[in-house]
Design a protein around this ligand. Structure first.
Ligand SMILES: Cc1ncc(COP(=O)(O)O)c(C=O)c1O
Length: 461
């Protein structure tokens, strides 16, 4: 039998040579493999990504933070399931930075459902559902989501962000209009941009302004979509659903409500915005939500009519050209949805905690903007750097809560955002509010204001 030496590289000397060549290659500049390409004079030069305008913007913030001696509060590592508490740098801290509003990410049966799904189906469904990725769990979850909204059908996607992008992006066209609240999530804005539809925004929760836009513009477009959130993730307030439904009917709009932060949060049994107002959910054309928050998993969903879901199933790029939701995530979401329905006491505890946080914070003089005291309570700080510094001090005192700074909110509207869960204790909430007040007052008294004005000057240069 002929001996195949092609992949063996001959004797030891050759092997050693080859290894040293390989490591030299790894160390050196990229190698141009084709001689003809190397000889051609480039017509244009691509800049390195370190010269990209986005890199400069990020680096500028880093330099400012370093100059004033604050640590980057983002991308910090957690070493535990983060809920009402978490472990950071080996230390247990009280946590207000988790979307696990009903503690379902901690529920044993949710984890067990995910493990059983892995045993049966593996960790990935390995293909788009259209071609080879459909599992019974997808249909079960979608049936229960549809029932939850009394809708005809539902569809799940692998990410909440992709759900908004794909849905708005495919439904609307350049003949259409999308009107949205100023505070809607980036995913809706990206979807609108992708669709090519005309875009008009109205000031947050200002329905007179919304009606002026509709009166003026609706007639110029074929279809029109109105996009709002069930509970706004930056301010913690929510829209007037009955008023929106009246406007939708008057002006012939499709109404889309993003329930990312209101599922499991609003309404006596956590069914969301429609239950809060005791409104028939079928008045809303497109219910959107995420599996990543109350449902403790990852992914997004749309619930609505059969016709809507059929369009998404066959035409939405983020569904058609993307892998199906993995079985463990589908199973975890399904079990979490069942627990949400079976244990409304979780919702009651969350609502009590949200109200407690809000009441204590207001009583002590903290500015909580328009928060209604449910899952999200912001504490206004103003300056971005001050918010970052406050975060750092809170962590030193055993509280993890993150700053929201420009561009997520306007330049001088930085805040610390507290996500409240059903699992926080009264003591954790009351102590945290006191710590926030104490540390914020300390910062306000400190020399930071002077440093800030120097930095503002520096960042303009
Ligand atoms: C209102 C809203 N919609 C959509 C999303 C995207 O969801 P996901 O993080 O599950 O992709 C978020 C994420 O935070 C959100 O706040």
């Amino acid at each position: 039998m002929a001996k195949d030496t092609r992949s063996r590289g001959g004797d030891e000397t050759n092997g050693a040579e080859r290894r040293s060549n390989v490591s030299a290659l790894r160390r050196s500049e990229p190698v141009i493999r084709s001689r003809s390409t190397a000889q051609e004079k480039p017509l244009f030069n691509a800049i390195g990504f370190d010269k990209h305008s986005l890199s400069s913007a990020i680096n500028k913030y880093r330099v400012i933070a370093k100059t004033v001696g604050v640590r980057d509060p983002f991308f910090r590592t957690h070493d535990a399931r983060s809920g009402a508490t978490t472990i950071m740098d080996g230390r247990e801290v009280t946590n207000f930075a988790s979307y696990d509003y009903l503690g379902l990410n901690q529920a044993p049966s949710v984890g067990e459902a995910a493990k059983a799904a892995i045993d049966q189906y593996g960790t990935s469904v390995s293909a788009s559902r259209l071609v080879a990725g459909e599992r019974g769990l997808h249909q079960e979850l979608e049936r229960e989501l549809a029932d939850f909204y009394e809708a005809e059908a539902a569809l799940t996607f692998v990410s909440g962000h992709a759900t908004n992008v794909a849905t708005i992006g495919v439904l609307m066209t350049s003949d259409d209009l999308v009107v949205h609240d100023d505070y809607v999530h980036n995913s809706a804005l990206v979807g609108i941009q992708l669709s090519g539809a005309a875009k008009r925004s109205f000031p947050h929760n200002d329905y007179d302004a919304l009606e002026r836009i509709l009166a003026e513009s609706r007639g110029q477009y074929k279809n029109a979509l109105l996009v709002v959130e069930g509970l706004y993730s930056m301010d913690g307030d929510f829209p007037d659903l009955p008023r929106l439904i009246a406007l939708k009917e008057k002006y012939g709009l499709w109404l889309m409500v993003d329930e990312a932060h209101s599922l499991g949060v609003l309404g006596n049994t956590g069914r969301g915005l429609f239950e809060h107002y005791d409104v028939d959910p079928r008045h809303v054309d497109i219910w959107m939500g995420t599996l990543s928050k109350t449902l403790g998993a990852c992914g997004g969903y749309i619930a609505g009519s059969h016709a809507l879901i059929q369009i998404l199933k066959f035409k939405a790029p983020g569904f058609v050209y993307s892998v199906g939701l993995s079985a463990p995530l589908a199973a975890a979401s399904l079990e979490a949805l069942r627990l949400l329905k079976a244990e409304p006491e979780r919702v009651a505890r969350l609502q009590e905690n949200g109200q407690r946080f809000l009441k204590e914070a207001k009583a002590i003089g903290l500015d909580t903007l328009g928060s209604a005291g449910y899952s999200v309570v912001p504490v206004m700080v103003g300056d971005g750097l001050k918010a970052v510094r406050l975060t750092e001090r809170l962590l030193e005192r055993g509280v993890n809560a993150l700053p929201i700074i420009y561009p997520a909110v306007p330049l001088k509207a930085a805040r610390i955002r507290f996500f409240i869960t059903s699992e926080h204790t009264e003591e954790q909430i009351c102590q945290t509010v006191l710590i926030v007040k104490y540390e914020l007052d300390r910062l306000n008294r400190s020399l930071l204001k002077i440093v800030d004005s120097a930095i503002t000057r520096f960042s303009r240069e």
